[in-house]
Write a protein that binds this ligand. Structure first.
Ligand code: PEP
Ligand code: MG
Length: 779
């Protein structure tokens, strides 16, 4: 039982409160001011202080928040709301959090603070500017804020009333249930934790992109700028091939310009964030930046690089001729691009400390932090290298912060590998010895492609995504259209936007157990504690985020599939059966069919979504081994009011029996089938997919596996049933080529693999057409 700490902490003293005003403008802020303005505020202030054109902003300081608590009397009342709270008691926690949040939201902001915020806002642009209001955490080592629910951001805020409300909402977010829970778990004294709020002009960039202030690999004084129309997100996410400009700082000239065909842009969408839009034909091939603009951006880049002392990766935007620098951070990792080969020399001379399987591409350097228990994740800092036996859902907040992840156990399809790929964080799994060989605080470089961990920081590098974008710029091709649908796999809703930005034709696998695992409670817990509707809501809300990111495109949601051991550490996990081999155990559809309540609640979430008009939602049953299971699942859904003939229901082919009996499944009415090769391989070859000792025998291209896949594809083709793949093998271009040659209808790959899979598929399709034409000619 974890009782929340009361008192004893150091509340900001009267002296320091007098010194720090309620409002600080960016120009007044330096990086040391983190305890007053939070991490976000401090870094923006530092950039503004060196003359970079950062969008105008002020910070409502942590001291303003503290004064608010004191003057409203909340400082005492608030904490008595959860005096001696046992945060493990979910009901009590939710209640205390609800009370505390309501108290903060309802309290009247002291007039002085309110007036100062309004005055600052008016000073920005007469009080009508559209701003973003963001929480800025002041305790650097708080757990990842978005997970803890305290990194609230409110976009598109305009006017006094909306602004004051948004500030107060940011304050209240400090008392979300998860935030309280994690602070308690990590020993923070809740009475002393503060929050700052950044109020910043929202820049509706007309053109934007990224810049490496020096060559990311060689370090030459060449500034490389990529730019495209609309918001910079399009370039960062790689959803567009941007123009590329190279500026030589020695000659102060643009030495290379590559104009790409820019078909799409990301633009503001009313009050609802952003949307992808088509670029008008006239602008598609137009040059984004004039030479003078390139030179000006390069100059800002140089200012940042000189100030920070290392080459920077900068995000920029231009609107109505005004330049903005939105973010500047050191170049720390390198992508899997051709230029990266430039590192080979450095790598060869570096000492390899441990090796495993490269599970998520990218290269990153940082200090090792060894985590032996989830309780210790509080010590994980931004940019660390997380080293652990195996990650589990509890660790996801820490995984979001780190520069790379290394595990002793696991293979390409383990939890660490799946989550790292979606987070875009380099990862090496199955090293066997990393937690013994590596030392806390040691500086290492992780190569998530090759599966190697080197001693020291061996490369000067570029962020994986930006480097991938740079690679696209080099090739500068128009978007590739393929006849085979290229879909994407998603497990965590926060990856939905990145997944959609790949331009994928839909989601070929949404693993919903990750929505539940992240809540730290088993489905059984929700049922046993009469929290069924909470469970339905979590599923509904998580799935909806993904559906919304893919309007009009199919999203295949897979019903729950987590082996019992993955549930063990969660609340309710004590009731999970101990199985000798959870991979062969009570998981997937077989468990749902025997646990009708668990299945029914999932179906309830699906039903709500269908009712809301999400026609693009399809449901996929995992781990089916006999058509009877599909029929039974379908009948249960019918009993619960689903129009089963109308909605799209399909299966995963993960067990050899389902590949062999595919024709019977088709007769039973499946509308699609998708190869879950992660399991299909382990069950065909008797190789535990998570066991690093047999990982080198785990062969996706084993003739027996290929034969099962080939036969199932042919049968699906005969009956005109969509046949897809969503296992990891679908993210391997070699396998994609083989699958296209054998007639697969669609391929669902990981976010990081979409571009290369699309290219491999397009080439194969063209080759097939060319060969057919040639053989016709020869006849
Ligand atoms: C698979 O088995 O290939 C699959 C995609 O499912 P999971 O990895 O979640 O078992
Ligand atoms: Mg599977």
């Amino acid at each position: 039982m974890i009782i929340i700490k009361q008192g004893g902490g150091k509340i900001i003293s009267g002296a320091s409160m007098k010194e720090v005003p309620n409002i600080l403008w960016l120009e007044e802020i330096r990086k040391e001011d983190i305890s007053s303005v939070g991490g976000k505020g401090a870094s923006l202030g530092e950039m503004a202080s060196i003359g970079l054109p950062v969008p105008t902003a002020f910070v409502v300081t942590a001291q303003a928040f503290r004064r608010f608590l004191i003057e409203t009397g909340l400082e005492k009342k608030l904490f008595s709301a959860y005096d001696k709270l046992d945060v493990e008691d979910n009901e009590a926690l939710e209640k205390a959090a609800g009370t505390a949040k309501a108290m903060v939201l309802k309290a009247k902001m002291p007039p002085k603070i309110r007036d100062e915020i309004k005055a600052a806002y008016r000073k920005m642009n007469g009080g009508s500017l559209i701003v973003a209001v963001r929480s800025s955490a002041t305790a650097e080592d708080l757990p990842d804020a978005s997970f803890a629910g305290q990194q609230e951001t409110y976009l598109n805020i305009r006017g006094d009333a909306a602004l004051i409300e948004a500030v107060q909402k940011c304050w209240a977010s400090l008392y979300g249930a998860r935030a309280i829970y994690y602070r308690a778990k990590q020993g923070f004294d809740d009475q002393t934790v503060n929050i700052a709020v950044v109020v910043q002009q929202l820049v509706p960039s007309e053109k934007a992109g990224v810049m490496f202030t020096s060559h990311p690999i060689t370090g030459e004084p060449l500034t490389i700028i990529e730019g495209s129309w609309g918001l910079g997100e399009a370039v960062v996410s790689g959803s567009v091939s941007p123009d590329k400009y190279v500026f030589d700082q020695r000659s102060e000239k643009v030495v290379d310009t590559l104009i790409s065909n820019k078909k799409v842009e990301i633009i503001a969408d009313g009050d609802h964030g952003t949307k992808l839009a088509d670029v008008s034909p006239a602008r598609q091939d137009a040059q984004v930046l004039a030479n003078e603009e390139v030179a000006k951006l390069a100059m800002y880049g140089k200012i940042a690089e000189d100030h920070y002392g290392v080459p920077q990766d900068v995000e920029w935007g231009i609107v109505a001729g005004t330049f903005y620098i939105l973010q500047s951070r050191p170049i720390t990792t390198i992508g899997n691009n051709k230029e990266a080969k430039g590192m080979t020399g450095q790598k060869q001379s570096a000492k390899i400390l441990v090796q495993g399987q490269g599970a998520a591409p990218g290269i990153a350097s940082g200090r090792v932090v060894i985590i032996r228990d989830v309780k210790d994740t509080g010590s994980v800092k931004e940019g660390d290298i997380l080293v652990t036996r195996m990650t589990n859902p509890d660790m996801v907040p820490a995984m979001r912060k780190v520069a790379a992840i290394v595990t002793d156990e696991g293979g390409m399809t383990c939890h660490a590998a799946i989550v790292s790929r979606e987070l875009g964080t380099p990862a090496v799994v199955g090293t066997k010895t990393a937690t013994n060989v590596l030392k806390n605080g040691q500086l290492v470089t992780v190569d998530g492609e090759m599966g190697l961990i080197y001693e020291g920081a061996i490369a000067q590098a570029a962020p994986a995504q930006a480097a991938a974008a740079a690679q696209q710029a080099v090739t500068g091709h128009a978007p590739i259209i393929t006849a085979t649908s290229i879909k994407v796999n998603v497990s965590i809703p926060e990856a939905a936007a990145r997944a959609a930005a790949t331009g994928a034709d839909g989601v070929g696998l949404l693993r919903i157990e990750h929505l539940i695992l992240g809540l730290n409670k088993t489905p059984g817990w929700f049922i046993a504690n009469s929290k069924e509707q909470d469970f339905v809501k979590e599923l509904h809300d998580g799935i909806k985020i993904v559906l919304d990111a893919f309007p009009g495109k199919t999203v295949w949601v897979r019903t729950l599939d987590a082996p019992t051991d993955e549930f063990r550490n969660m609340k309710g996990g004590e009731n999970e059966p101990h199985e000798h081999n959870p991979m062969l155990g009570w998981r997937g559809i077989r468990r749902d069919l025997q646990s009708p309540d668990q299945f029914r609640l999932q179906v309830e979430a699906f039903k709500q979504l269908w009712k809301e008009g999400y026609e693009n939602l399809g449901i996929m049953f995992p781990m089916v081994s006999h058509p009877d299971q599909f029929v039974l699942g379908k009948e249960m859904m019918r009993d619960w009011g689903v129009d089963v003939e109308r909605v799209t229901l399909g299966i995963m082919i993960e067990i050899p029996s389902s590949a062999i009996m595919i024709e019977d499944f088709i007769r039973a009415g499946i509308k699609f089938a998708s190869f879950g090769t992660n399991d299909l391989i382990q069950y065909t070859l008797a190789i535990d997919r998570n066991n690093e000792n047999v990982a080198d025998m785990y062969n996706p291209q084993h003739p027996a596996v290929l034969s099962l896949i080939h036969n199932a594809i042919q049968t699906c083709r005969e009956y005109d049933v969509e046949c897809s793949i969503c296992g990891q093998a679908g993210s391997d271009p070699k396998m994609a080529v083989w699958l296209v040659e054998h007639g697969i209808t669609s391929i669902s790959a990981n976010i990081d693999a979409i571009a290369k899979i699309r290219e491999a598929v397009a080439r194969t399709e063209k080759r097939i057409i060319l060969e057919a034409a040639r053989s016709r000619d020869a006849e």
